[in-house]
Design a protein around this ligand. Structure first.
Ligand SMILES: C[S@@+](CC[C@H](N)C(=O)[O-])C[C@H]1O[C@@H](n2cnc3c(N)ncnc32)[C@H](O)[C@@H]1O
Length: 256
């Protein structure tokens, strides 16, 4: 991404829901004593710290293309190390034992090429683990697309259809086996229970709506969000206990 569209505070609001898939992903990575571990697209770094905790003797590094995220991550302390870099250009200077990428590759249209580079960067027996949302057909994304294409917004957002850039578990199984890896791929649909009046809008404001806000600026971005609130509330009816929000995610763990 050329500009920094990320807001660490907006993203942090749902830390629990977002970290659970990370732990479920990492539970399938069997690396015992890796020497070099990289978190690609580490965001604000809290989960990179979990990697450092799991493998205290390893060199653990996180990188992200967002300077705002890396600034926040560096405040966590000296270990792990963090740097600004883009997944499409990042190349390690030595073989990596574990590459982890949680909820990043859906932003990268050329991510299949990136995955190929990562497999090449692995040490013999090294692990690659990534997780991407598979919810591009969900009502939340469909409603964003419909509003972008509506007469009120199509002049500025008409070209704004990111399609479905990620594959399903079988696509990634084919891909990883094609690269010569052993692979385990699966999907899980979580039912998150979101709180607050505009719970789903708050959720997507931290991720899927970032590029829209970036393009529109704060005033018009706010207007766009306000127009989305009604249809979202209708698509995701709230209960007394909160708003159930189904969220499908795709998991890939591969060993070189
Ligand atoms: C949904 S957040 C996930 C952050 C972290 N992995 C986590 O699980 O909390 C997506 C992250 O991907 C980063 N990102 C998006 N495109 C990227 C790219 N081309 N290169 C590196 N990082 C990228 C964003 O800056 C953002 O921090």
């Amino acid at each position: 991404m050329s500009r920094d569209i990320w807001d660490p505070a907006a993203y942090a609001r749902f830390a629990d829901e977002r970290s659970r898939p990370f732990f479920e992903l990492m539970a399938r990575v069997g690396a015992d004593r890796p020497d070099y571990v990289v978190d690609a697209g580490c965001g604000s770094g809290e989960l990179t710290v979990e990697l450092a905790r799991r493998w205290p003797e390893a060199t653990v590094e996180g990188f992200d293309s967002s300077p705002a995220m890396i600034k926040q991550a560096r405040e966590l302390g000296a270990r792990p190390g963090f740097e600004v870099a883009d997944v499409t250009r990042w190349r390690p200077d030595r073989p990596v034992d574990v590459i982890v990428s949680n909820a990043v590759l859906q932003w990268v249209p050329t991510h299949r090429d990136v995955i190929e580079h990562w497999v090449e960067a692995l040490s013999p027996g090294g692990w690659l683990a990534f997780q991407v949302p598979g919810n591009f057909d969900a009502p939340s994304h469909r409603l964003i697309r419909e509003l972008c294409a509506s007469p009120a917004w199509s002049d500025r957002l008409g070209d704004f259809d990111r399609g479905a850039p990620v594959g399903g578990p079988v696509d990634y199984l084919d891909l990883m086996v094609g690269f010569g890896c052993r692979a385990d791929t699966w999907e899980t649909t979580y039912t998150h229970v979101l709180r607050g009046e505009n719970a789903v809008l708050d959720w997507i404001s931290g991720t899927a709506l970032r590029p829209v806000f970036d393009r529109l600026g704060p005033d018009e971005g706010g207007r766009f969000a306000a127009e989305l609130a009604g249809p979202l509330a209708e698509a995701y009816p709230s209960r007394e206990y909160g708003t159930p929000f189904p969220f499908r995610r795709i998991f890939v763990v591969a060993q070189n």
